[in-house]
Design a protein around this ligand. Structure first.
Ligand code: PFF
Length: 466
């Protein structure tokens, strides 16, 4: 079976931006911002996108393009060791879990798209969300969303993913800018801008650890880093692109969409005089629905808004499904059609569990996914930095001109040493938090140092190149 590749450079960039731009930008970002002190969150998040997200994205690109394989095959073939292949299964698990809850939210959005046209939720936004979010109806809409996702993936890399994102991404950009222009004219919009953009140092000081953890999780989630989807997408690349230039473009475009989405959501909430601090995944749905119900032209705007959300969600969910499909195709010779069908059946069931059990959904969507992305990224960083080593530098420079020459070595240090230590620290803090254990900073730093030394020693023993 010959492996597909992207038709054009723009095709790859739009597909990767499509994976990045999603519910993370429009739904999870305002939710996380509201739960973490508003503007205090924004700056930390932006810093982490730059310092962690972009180098991590490039590590995935390097692994993907060098191997031309899915994450399992990539780690196994580049290291010549099946043990790394086992580590490569982590992204398969991550994307499966991701899609199992993402598809449920995709279903909510489809439902709201339909209901916006009739104004079904205008009278009682809160009870409406309660009645549709979890239960048999949510399972149905999740199934429809999944079917749309599978339809695109089934058509292949070029005719499915590339073509779909080429149409979707410009549409999202145009509609979102239109929405932001409209939102800026609303009375009360200024309060929304201030909440979102005025940096609140006091809050940050008092809650640094929790803001840091949440911002890191969001930075990885929004860039689709740590799940291996970017390895998969880069595996369909030719040699002639500049990875750092493409990575920077993708990060900038994704961040722009996130910020513009914030410029839509927060003014809307403030104009409607609605609580922004409401916590939980449903708060945004309820608040926005209330805003649409009361504002002039709300019905039309609601349809446009949920259309944007639907496109954004689909352009991401296809990347989640593509990873296990590529794995089955590359490693087990399963035809794309059979792989897509079989996996869709699995997702149907897993999504249904999330759609029927709010506690499962909450845990997967806000905690488990953060941890899995951080753990996955850690594996990719150590792999690029310590197993590929000089080969990673070579791959990074390939097609990247003088920019690649200048950045390759500093990048390898960041990827091999600085970020792993930072991630180990964050994962330890996160796991302790989940377990309800609170240790002092000194103890956590000690644990981090011990874990980092153990990881590096294990790499040496495993015969890594460095
Ligand atoms: N980046 C997507 C979003 O912001 O909605 C979510 C995502 C897609 C995360 C793909 C991870 C992934 F592999």
């Amino acid at each position: 079976m010959t492996r597909e590749s992207w038709t054009t450079r723009t095709g790859f960039i739009l597909a990767a931006v499509g994976s990045a731009v999603g519910l993370g930008n429009v739904w999870r970002f305002p939710w996380m911002t509201a739960e973490n002190g508003g503007s205090a969150f924004l700056l930390v998040y932006l810093a982490l996108v730059l310092a962690v997200g972009v180098p991590g994205l490039l590590a995935e690109f390097v692994i993907g393009r060098r191997s031309r394989r899915n994450p399992v095959g990539a780690l196994a073939s580049l290291s010549d060791s099946d043990r790394w292949g086992v580590v490569g299964l982590l992204p398969v698990v991550t994307t499966v879990l991701l899609l199992s809850f993402y598809s449920v939210v995709g279903g909510w959005i489809l439902r709201y798209l339909v209901a916006s046209a009739s104004g079904a939720y205008f009278d009682a936004p809160g009870p409406y969300f309660e009645s549709v979010s979890f239960g048999p109806a949510a399972v149905g809409y999740h199934a429809v969303f999944l079917l749309l996702t599978a339809g695109i993936v089934l058509a292949g890399v070029r005719k499915g993913i590339e073509l779909a994102t080429k149409v979707m991404m410009p549409a999202i950009a145009a509609l979102l800018v239109g929405l932001a222009a409209w939102a800026a004219t609303l009375p009360g919009a200024a309060g929304g801008f201030e909440y979102f953009l005025a940096f609140d140092l006091g809050y940050l000081r008092a809650n640094f650890a929790s803001v840091l953890g949440a911002a890191l999780g969001q930075a990885l989630f929004t860039l689709s880093v740590g799940a291996g989807t970017m390895i998969t997408y880069a595996s369909y690349l030719g040699e002639d692109r500049s990875l750092p230039a493409d990575g920077a473009t993708i990060a900038v475009l994704n961040t722009l969409v996130g910020v513009v989405a914030g410029l839509v959501v927060f003014p809307l909430l403030f104009a409607g005089d609605l609580p922004v601090g409401g916590s939980g995944p449903g708060a945004l749905f309820v608040s926005l629905a209330s805003a649409f119900a009361t504002l002039p032209g709300g019905r039309v705007v609601a349809v446009v808004f949920f259309a944007v959300m639907t496109l954004a969600a689909l352009s991401s969910s296809i990347s989640m499904l593509e990873l296990p499909v590529a794995y089955l195709a590359d490693e087990h010779g399963v035809a794309r059609r059979d792989a897509t069908a079989g996996l869709s059946a699995l997702f149907l069931v897993l999504g249904a569990v999330n759609a029927l059990r709010p506690a499962v959904f909450d845990f997967v969507a806000s905690t488990l996914v953060d941890l899995l992305l951080a753990a996955g990224l850690l594996a990719f960083l150590l792999f690029a930095g310590w197993v590929l080593g000089r080969d990673a530098v070579e791959e990074f420079r390939e097609g990247a001109g003088s920019l690649g020459d200048a950045l390759a070595t500093p990048w390898l240090f960041v990827v091999g040493v600085a970020l792993p230590v930072f991630l180990i620290f964050t994962v330890i803090t996160g796991v302790l938090g989940i377990a309800g254990v609170s240790l002092g900073t000194g103890a956590v730093v000690g644990l981090t140092a011990a874990a980092a030394l153990a990881a590096f020693a294990a790499l040496r023993r495993a015969g890594s190149v460095v």
